[in-house]
Design a protein around this ligand. Structure first.
Ligand SMILES: CCCCCCCCCC/C=C/CC(=O)SCCNC(=O)CCNC(=O)[C@H](O)C(C)(C)COP(=O)(O)OP(=O)(O)OC[C@H]1O[C@@H](n2cnc3c(N)ncnc32)[C@H](O)[C@@H]1OP(=O)(O)O
Length: 302
């Protein structure tokens, strides 16, 4: 019952139950507690959660190598971890960072959107929506410690945070580059960007599929700080301390006031958005674009 009362996002429990079933069906343990404070430190295959130095802050490390693509399995494990943190009153803030060198997240997993059936596309898109809603409306202070490349869905994930710190490295580019793949960022990706950098800058960034290098990302307001790579984590914790100095109730209500209307737009038309996605992604022309893009990614190596 307590869980039901705390639920602000429809179907979350169902999604998580589905994830656990899928994990069980694959015959692997979903969670392994570790360390002296096992109750607070937990890990799934693809998400590592560690308490920060002061205990009020958790660090979530994305570890879905090689590039932290947001596969369905990754999304379900991430959502379960986040729910655990939301339900644990001891935690007030979360730093989200990557365990994969040079990449924060490559965004949505292209293999989930290419060559599958409509049922799979629908299940996948529902999980992507869920990720955005849960992060965007989180009561926790979220700080994205972006220690590498951050395109498309990776950028969306970072944009849900309250603060973004980007490593000052040539690999650390960030943006919604969907048009470069021949696909279109959904309205709620666009809304999140507009809420962060404004309408004109978003229009340009979205149409051109811009991936901003650190200095430009800072200038346009896509990130809040750019620091040397080895200072990303410490900067995130220091910014977090600043945000945690504000009383939770006042900060949380203010965050909801700023974000609820944007989230409600999707909540009101979730099913239609799923259907739009399924019919868009199933088009032959879109599948062809994705195929070409995937081939380009592979050829890059050879
Ligand atoms: C009007 C109607 C509206 C309807 C609405 C419908 C809208 C649909 C929108 C759907 C939205 C999508 C958002 C997305 O997130 S799409 C994903 C976009 N991501 C990218 O463009 C990033 C692609 N990747 C890279 O650029 C690079 O990989 C990297 C992140 C810069 C890292 O480079 P690095 O050199 O380290 O690594 P490699 O490129 O060699 O990659 C290693 C292997 O990983 C595979 N890979 C990379 N990215 C992805 C991915 N996103 N999904 C799946 N797999 C990925 C790559 O192919 C390599 O695989 P290999 O080892 O098997 O060759």
């Amino acid at each position: 019952m307590a869980l039901a009362v705390r639920m602000r996002v429809p179907c979350r429990a169902l999604l998580c139950a589905g994830a656990q079933l899928r994990g069980a069906a694959l015959g692997r343990p979903e969670w392994a507690a570790g360390g002296g404070d096992g109750a607070r430190r937990f890990a799934s295959l693809r998400v590592l959660v560690e308490p920060g130095a002061e205990g009020r802050v958790a660090v979530m490390k994305l570890k879905n190598p090689p590039v932290n693509s947001l596969s369905l399995d990754f999304l379900t494990e991430f959502l379960i971890s986040l729910e655990k943190l939301e339900n644990d009153k001891a935690f007030r803030g979360v730093v989200i960072t990557s365990d994969c060198p040079n990449v924060f997240s490559a965004g949505l997993d292209l293999r989930e959107m290419y060559g599958r059936n409509p049922g799979h596309y629908a299940e996948y898109w529902k999980a992507v929506q869920e990720l955005w809603l849960r992060l965007y409306l989180s009561n926790l202070v979220l700080v994205a410690a972006i220690n590498g490349s951050c395109p498309a869905g990776g950028c969306l994930m970072a944009l849900t945070s309250d603060v973004r710190i980007l490593s000052d490295s040539p690999k650390s580019v960030i943006g919604l580059n969907e048009t470069l793949l021949g696909i279109v960022a959904p309205f709620w990706f666009k809304d999140t960007l507009v809420n962060t950098i404004g309408h004109r800058a978003s229009e340009r960034a979205l149409q051109l599929g811009l991936l901003f290098p650190p200095a430009e990302a800072l200038q346009v307001g896509l990130v809040d700080h750019v620091v040397p790579e080895d200072q990303v984590q410490s900067m995130a914790l220091s910014v977090m301390a600043h945000w945690l100095a504000i009383p939770d109730h006042a900060r949380q209500l203010t965050k909801a006031m700023m974000r609820k209307a944007t989230a409600d737009r999707l909540i009101k038309q979730r099913e239609a958005d799923i259907q739009n996605f399924v019919s868009f992604i199933s088009r032959d022309s879109i599948q062809k674009s994705l195929q070409i893009y995937l081939e380009k990614l592979k050829q890059k190596k050879g």
